[in-house]
Write a protein that binds this ligand. Structure first.
Ligand code: 28F
Length: 637
């Protein structure tokens, strides 16, 4: 049949287009893109469950690199489609098919999501779908990027329902990428928090790891998890409300720390850049507090209102909205920002009403939070006055100069964006770096001992900390809300530590500091980590050396080495000669810098918390498992 052939050709062309430009459909073909394949399939299970069908999802990572995802929903419909193909064949081969759920249903479709299972099929060597439905088990199989290998057929009887998808990604397209059990678990745990009573299990057949997530109290459990190990001021407050088919669920809790943590979701997809719902939440909570202090005459003085930041000091919040498909709008480059205007007003009024009620009903807690917010307001105003004094020259500028002159070896160029600030672990490596550097463009600041943990610090703690104040002064672009990267004295800030556990701890502490107090520096791609070599090999009798970055590279290189050359392992920066340090780690012609890139702020936040929180055991475990991996995974090269 000519018509059938023509449509088949069209379908294959569609799948081929995905293979030609995978990035257009799944963002990239690195580790992230590979995981996107899983999210794409799992999101279909999640859609089915949030629409009320099923309560279980299972993910299995197989030894051969393939992966199985299963749910106990209704099962993909197995009838014939009007095109003459089976419905599953349509869903798994036609781009964007399956995206249309009945009107009024909620669909996972933030950003890049919702491109459909056919995209996963197009990027897979093999795909095998089992459907449990209507008393039978049906099977359809595809190969080579979506070609039907075996059309839908009945393979058995069953009294269960559900869908099981197994696929083998085409690793020719995802070069060097592999699935990460940790990444998958983190995301599945998040989904389990968002869908109370669902059970999600993850198995790794390679090393027999497994994880199981099930939470009965949803967002309440999520906030408890966020605040694990912190001192909290009250039980988690969880409230819901809805209007115009938009459902709002918020859980929150104040801690005695100084940081605010807000994570928001729309239809179970994280809105990493916030948007109208977060704005509505912030307006609502600020208004509720300002009304409360006004009615109870708790804030005296002429400017007797709180800023939003005062109220949110130490607050952890999860905001989760369900919005029908026809009202969904996403903005921004990564489509991680909710646009839907109704979401703002609805979230604002629900938040306002519930917080108002909470404050009125819980006087003691209310006064505690008001007290904390008042302290924040006072500190904020004091800091502003101090800044104004500095600007007006009332405060000794010489003091700033004096603080710096002791430590900082400045660059001579006034072409600031071309200048680089090296933050160097230890005085001895700092000394070496000062000796051999490009004086025109490279400035050196040695760091002595520990860096302050800013997870638990307030703005004034930071301003009283010598090390961090020196960094603030050297960069010269402000701190916190007043930070402006355009005022930076350096185009690159480069963290240079030993390649050991202490070194990575210092890196993480500094990244935490920059993340919290100079975040635009990270967002603008101005923060880097230097990678000193681990080994040198003396390649000839003249003493000429070759430098090797990693253990793997050393093993590779050893295979081609002749004789028995001298191999030195550098235990720290200090073991290198000054010229060696410059040549290998600082010289722009040879060095390798890792750009710190916050690809997933909330995750970084959680990890930083685990690393920096009070509890030692989880930190140790986490560092042992993940330190190297985290740099590679979260901070793109
Ligand atoms: C492991 C991955 O993909 N689960 C899914 C369903 C259920 C339905 C469905 C899916 C129907 C017409 C599109 C069943 N019964 N897990 C999954 N479970 N898709 S995907 O329907 C797809 C639509 O075109 C389903 C009644 N309605 C929907």
């Amino acid at each position: 049949m000519a018509k059938y052939d023509a449509s088949s050709i069209k379908i294959l062309e569609g799948l081929e287009a995905v293979r030609k430009r995978p990035g257009m459909y799944i963002g990239s073909t690195d580790k992230r893109g590979l995981h996107h394949l899983i999210w794409e399939i799992v999101d279909n299970s999640i859609d089915e469950i949030i629409n009320g069908y099923g309560n279980y999802i299972k993910i299995v990572l197989h030894k051969d690199g393939s992966i199985t995802i299963a749910d106990n929903g209704r099962g993909v419909p197995i009838g014939m489609h009007e095109s003459g193909k089976s419905t599953p064949e349509v869903i798994y081969t036609i781009l964007h098919a399956g995206g249309k759920f009945e009107e009024g249903n909620y669909k996972v479709s933030g950003g890049l999501h919702g491109v459909g299972a056919s995209v996963v099929n197009a990027l897979s060597k093999k795909m095998d779908v089992l459907i449990y439905r209507d008393g039978v088990i049906s099977n359809i199989r595809f190969c080579d990027g979506g070609r039907v290998e075996s059309p839908l057929k009945t393979v058995g009887k069953t009294n269960k329902t559900g869908t099981v998808v197994t696929f083998m990604p085409d690793y020719e397209l995802f070069k060097n990428a592999s699935f990460s059990f940790t990444t998958i678990c983190e995301r599945m745990q998040e989904s389990a928090f968002l869908i109370p009573n669902v059970t999600i299990e993850v198995f790794d057949e390679e090393d027999k790891r497994e994880a199981k997530y099930h939470y009965e109290d949803g967002l309440t459990n999520f906030v408890e998890y966020m605040n694990e190990g912190k001192n909290t001021l009250h039980k988690v407050l969880n409230f819901t409300g809805s209007k115009n088919n938009i459902e709002v669920n918020v859980a929150l809790q104040w801690t005695d720390t100084y940081n605010e943590n807000i994570i928001s979701f729309v239809n179970n997809v994280k809105t990493i850049d916030g948007g109208s719902h977060e704005v509505g939440f912030k307006t609502g909570i600020t208004k509720a507090f300002n009304d409360y202090v006004k009615n109870n005459n708790l804030l005296k003085g002429k400017d007797s209102t709180f800023d939003g930041t005062d109220v949110r000091e130490g607050l952890s919040v999860i905001i989760s909205l369900r919005i029908p498909e026809n009202l969904l709008q996403f903005e921004g480059q990564t489509k991680g920002k909710l646009g839907t205007p109704e979401a703002r007003s609805i979230t604002e009024s629900i938040t306002y009403e519930k917080i108002k009620f909470f404050l009125e009903e819980n006087k003691e807690i209310a006064l505690n939070i008001v007290d904390k917010a008042t302290k924040s307001k006072i500190a904020r105003e004091a800091a502003r006055k101090a800044r104004e004094q500095v600007r007006n020259g009332q405060n000794s500028k010489s003091n700033k100069e004096r603080v710096l002159s002791e430590k900082l070896a400045k660059a001579t160029s006034k072409d600031y964006m071309k200048n680089e600030l090296f933050l160097v672990e230890g005085d001895s490596a700092g000394g070496s770096a000062k000796k051999y550097r490009d004086r025109e463009h490279q400035a050196i600041m040695p760091l002595r001992g520990k860096v302050l943990n800013t997870e638990k610090a307030s703005l004034s703690d930071i301003q009283n900390n010598a090390e961090l104040r020196q960094i603030e002064y050297a960069i010269g672009a402000g701190l916190g809300e007043t930070f402006d990267y355009r005022d930076s004295n350096y185009g690159k800030v480069i963290i240079m530590t030993d390649a050991d556990v202490d070194g990575s701890h210092i890196q993480i502490l500094l990244i935490t500091f920059f993340y919290r107090y100079m975040r635009p520096l990270i967002e603008e791609g101005m923060l880097y980590i230097a990678t000193p070599p681990l080994y040198s090999i003396e390649i000839n009798s003249k003493g000429e050396k070759e430098y090797i970055a990693t253990d793997e590279e050393l093993e590779e290189r050893k295979k081609t080495l002749k004789g028995d050359p001298k191999i030195q392992r550098f235990k720290g920066l200090g073991e290198m000669n000054a010229d060696e340090l410059y040549e290998t780690t600082m010289d722009p012609r040879n060095r390798r810098l890792i750009r710190v890139n916050v690809t997933d702020a909330a995750l970084a936040e959680k990890r930083i918390h685990v690393l920096m929180g009070d509890e030692v055991a989880p930190r140790k475990e986490w560092i042992n498992e993940n330190v190297d991996f985290s740099l590679e995974d979260n901070f793109k090269k």
